[in-house]
Design a protein around this ligand. Sequence first.
Ligand SMILES: [Cu+2]
Length: 139
Amino acid sequence: MPAWAHDYSTGSLRIIHPWSNASPPGAPGVGYMVILNEGSQPDKLVSVSADFAQVSAHKTTVKDGMVQMTPMTDGVEIPANASVSFEPGGLHLMLMNLSTPLRSGEERPITLEFEKAGSISVNFKVMGMGDGEAMDHGN
Ligand SMILES: [Cu+2]
């Protein structure tokens, strides 16, 4: 299977291409993926967790030129027959207090828990250094 093509299924959901960026020491990490709901019922991502970091779902918005991150404290709705993208500049998983920095080539397991589809552990592939995504999060 090509590196870019990994995905997972639970219930009527598919978790497509979970990935992350290498993170500088001391900086938080990020997680991206696409969640596709092939079912006729909406579902909801209610919690995210990992043993190597504190994970939460955030949304990045730009308001009056200021970049803000809003924690998705009520979860993330996954509408029926639709997909939700976690991607740079939008929804993302925030990985705080990393036990060790994320390194290119690693895979890190994160558990996603859905209201209907239950929980599933997916491996986030860590992509190479040199892009600025992880830096955008600051502190
Ligand atoms: Cu964030």
